[in-house]
Design a protein. Structure first.
Length: 276
């Protein structure tokens, strides 16, 4: 399949400036809302105890996803960190292809952790990846369906990196000389590991201050891929009570086919967009 069919999009509109500058204030509101809504969160469905691995975003460490893991543990899951330190903190790349090599090496390291957990429990894992961590998770789902049960991504930039607020920073790193073909290779890497045959829920926000909505949707067979818009900031995804509620509802669905959120309280706050 051509790269253009594997998620490369020319919708490179970055987030609105007002959303970017409000990120910090919004995440504080999300953290506070989660604390206030704790009694309601305790009523969400309990899980089956299988292992869920959280993968942090760019330059994030396990502490950044610890609130989500605490919530999942309270819902009965064996929520574990990826355990590989700060994401991409040791990248020494001069171009996108160097970063792609780092991505591949990181995915190999995560795969080893997943295999170990699978052998220990005898059960497939769910992967929850935030931002860049979601690209790792979906790439691994293509490569290792024998170990991965399902994937949830949070604000993941699936498309052309020019649709992110951080692209100008990348341009300075790479001397503003990023070839179109290199960008296409970056996007295609997520989908190149084989045919996707497990469920992926891609949560994104149209008010994300880091990742534009035009590049935040996972491409793939709509029998397996669900793209869902939620109200969240980019930094706030692992702290957001609405995200917690959506995740909890989806995790209790049969592992081979996810229904949409059925909660009367959640349904008005989310919007499903068809995968392609």
């Amino acid at each position: 399949m051509a790269v253009s069919d594997q998620g490369f999009t020319h919708d490179t509109q970055p987030p609105a400036l007002r959303h970017s500058v409000m990120e910090f204030g919004r995440v504080m509101l999300e953290i506070g809302s989660t604390a206030l809504l704790t009694p309601l969160l305790k009523t969400l469905p309990k899980g089956d105890g299988h292992t869920i691995m959280t993968i942090p975003g760019f330059m994030g460490a396990d502490g950044s996803t610890s609130p989500l893991r605490r919530f999942l543990k309270k819902r009965g899951y064996n929520a574990i960190p990826w355990g590989l330190g700060r994401n991409a903190s040791n990248v020494r790349s001069q171009n996108i292809d160097d970063f792609l090599a780092h991505r591949a090496a990181t995915e190999d390291a995560i795969a080893l952790r997943i295999e170990q957990e699978f052998i220990a429990s005898g059960r497939k894992l769910t992967l929850i990846g935030w931002s860049l961590g979601g690209l790792y998770a979906v790439a691994l789902a293509h490569r290792f369906p024998q170990w991965v049960r399902q994937v949830i991504t949070l604000g993941t930039p699936y498309g052309d990196p020019r649709g992110t607020a951080l692209y100008s920073v990348m341009g300075r790193i790479y001397n503003n000389d990023v070839e179109e073909e290199a960008l296409e290779r970056w996007v295609a890497h997520t989908y190149n590991g084989g045919t996707l045959r497990i469920p992926v829920l891609a949560l994104y926000s149209e008010s994300d201050g880091i990742v534009g909505a035009g590049i935040a949707k996972c491409q793939g067979d709509p029998r397996y891929v669900t793209n869902m818009a939620v109200v969240a900031s980019h930094v706030g995804f692992p702290f957001n009570p609405l995200v917690f509620a959506v995740v909890a509802n989806h995790l209790v669905e049969p592992q081979d086919r996810w229904a949409l959120c059925r909660s009367q309280y959640i349904r008005p706050l989310v919007r499903v967009v068809a995968a392609s």
